[in-house]
Design a protein around this ligand. Structure first.
Ligand code: ADP
Ligand code: MG
Length: 432
């Protein structure tokens, strides 16, 4: 093996044999760090080990429960031995709290958990544990050297690394938190997880500034990527599966944050009452989780040549498409109005079943007509037709269970008052 010196950008990972003041890829200044790399000589490539399906050397995935039903559900029935999970989110969102609660529940099953905190002192950890009522047999350490942690990890069933940005390996000369250290730390823990069948949860901070040097650079190395999101203004926290090698992605679990920690919200209803116009209730599914949400729209006259359009919690291009269909088919002067659309409760919704509620909220604000307490379900096509989204029965069940009596949708139903809406003109009629 030959050793060479290279310079690596601490922000984006760009490599150069020469020092650089400003990274030519990401444009950041003073991010060049010297790293010693080993490179193999010529053609001494090792032989491949080949495996054939017919040999039947298939190791089955061994699953075990986290002891939290909602967490097990989004993972696709619990942890898989040797699984590496990235748990990302903004600082203060509740990652350490969630990891601590999971650790606690896991130890209740007589499994061993190591909680390595490179960020907080033992006192801080114990304070949190006391505050949220954790009294289990979790082993804590504040060692930041990942080599020491991965050695110790061999004796545990679950290992938490909080956060990946605060650990380092002495093998690299660079400081913790940079691209090369984050990659090295993740790489070492992946190896440990696979060799010892330990579940590893890597916590990673994401900042709004969008620096590349964050957990995103290790998404490809891990089995499962979970992001914890939510608005600071509400107590709801959403745990979303972005990637999962052992189950479906797109699943979400909803929690409520309090001084006692996170509590699972089983049947989420995100509604703020008593706002007269521009509010429509919808039943949506994120993953397989049904929930009741409220869309709020504000439509106001504008003198600007291209009036403002903003969307919070939904893709703006979808709102624009719906607005275009409404303008054309209902002959509404929406191009002369500013339109703001928002999902209450800090939710981010991708389900197209929300379309009809978006249209209704916009129409209600424009016409200043109050909508009665009905739930809107439907996808709006470019032809103005309203189509039933997937899992219609599950949505209707949820609506009944949540105590609503009226629904506006392209369906028929015995237990509910149905405003059968097949196209946008039908929607106009429900507005009276
Ligand atoms: N004493 C407290 N009372 C109520 N909530 C608290 C208290 N301390 C922390 N929290 C909640 O916990 C959050 C921080 O959680 P934490 O797990 O440390 O986040 P992260 O690890 O993602 O940075 C705070 O934003 C707040 O919502
Ligand atoms: Mg934390």
């Amino acid at each position: 093996m030959k050793k060479v010196k290279v310079f690596v950008c601490e922000n984006c990972g760009y490599e150069s044999p020469k020092w650089f003041g400003r990274c030519p890829v990401c444009g950041k200044w003073n991010t060049a760090k010297e790293v010693v790399k080993e490179i193999g000589k010529g053609s001494s490539a090792p032989l491949l080990s080949l495996f054939y399906l017919s040999q039947g050397n298939l190791e089955s995935q061994i699953r075990f429960s986290s002891n939290i039903d909602e967490f097990d559900r989004i993972l696709g029935s619990g942890f898989v031995k040797g699984q590496v999970i990235l748990l990302g989110g903004e600082p203060g969102i509740g990652k350490s709290t969630l990891a601590l609660q999971i650790s606690d529940k896991v130890t209740e099953r007589d499994l061993k958990v190591l909680y390595a905190s490179g960020e907080e002192s033992i006192e801080q950890m114990f304070h949190r544990a006391k505050r949220i009522g954790v009294q289990s047999k979790i082993a804590f350490t504040t060692e930041q050297n990942i080599d020491a942690v991965s050695e110790a990890a061999k004796d545990f069933d679950v290992v938490i690394i909080d956060s990946i940005q605060t650990f380092y390996t002495p093998e690299l000369g660079s400081v913790p938190g940079g691209v090369s250290q984050i990659r090295a730390v993740a790489g070492k823990m992946v190896k440990t997880a696979k060799e010892n069948q330990t579940v590893v949860i890597l916590i990673g901070h994401i900042t709004k500034s969008g620096d590349i040097a964050g957990p995103k650079i290790i998404e490809h190395m891990v089995d499962t990527v979970l992001y914890f999101e939510g608005e600071r203004t509400t107590d709801y926290r959403i745990l979303r599966v972005f990637k999962n090698r052992f189950g479906p992605s797109g699943e979400i679990a909803i929690f409520e944050m309090s001084s006692k920690g996170l509590k699972v919200v089983k049947n989420p209803v995100f509604i703020e009452d008593d706002i007269p116009f521009g509010n429509a209730i919808a039943c949506v599914l994120e993953g397989s989780k049904p929930m009741i949400v409220q869309v709020q729209a504000l439509v106001s006259r504008s003198k600007l040549p291209s009036p403002r359009r903003t969307a919070v919690g939904i893709d703006i291009t979808r709102v624009n498409a719906i607005v275009a269909v409404m303008s054309k088919l209902l002959k509404l002067p929406l191009d002369m109005h500013e339109i703001y659309v928002k999902i209450l409760g800090g939710m981010r919704i991708t389900d197209p079943g929300l379309d009809l509620a978006i249209s209704s909220a916009i129409l209600s604000s424009l016409l200043e007509k109050e909508l009665s307490k009905m739930v809107f379900i439907g996808e709006v096509g470019l032809d103005g037709k309203i189509r039933p989204p997937f899992a219609m029965n599950k949505r209707l069940e949820t609506i009944v269970k949540s105590g609503f009596r009226e629904v506006a949708a392209p369906v028929k139903h015995k237990g509910l008052v149905v405003h059968e809406i097949k196209n946008l003109s039908d929607l106009m009629k429900t507005m009276g």
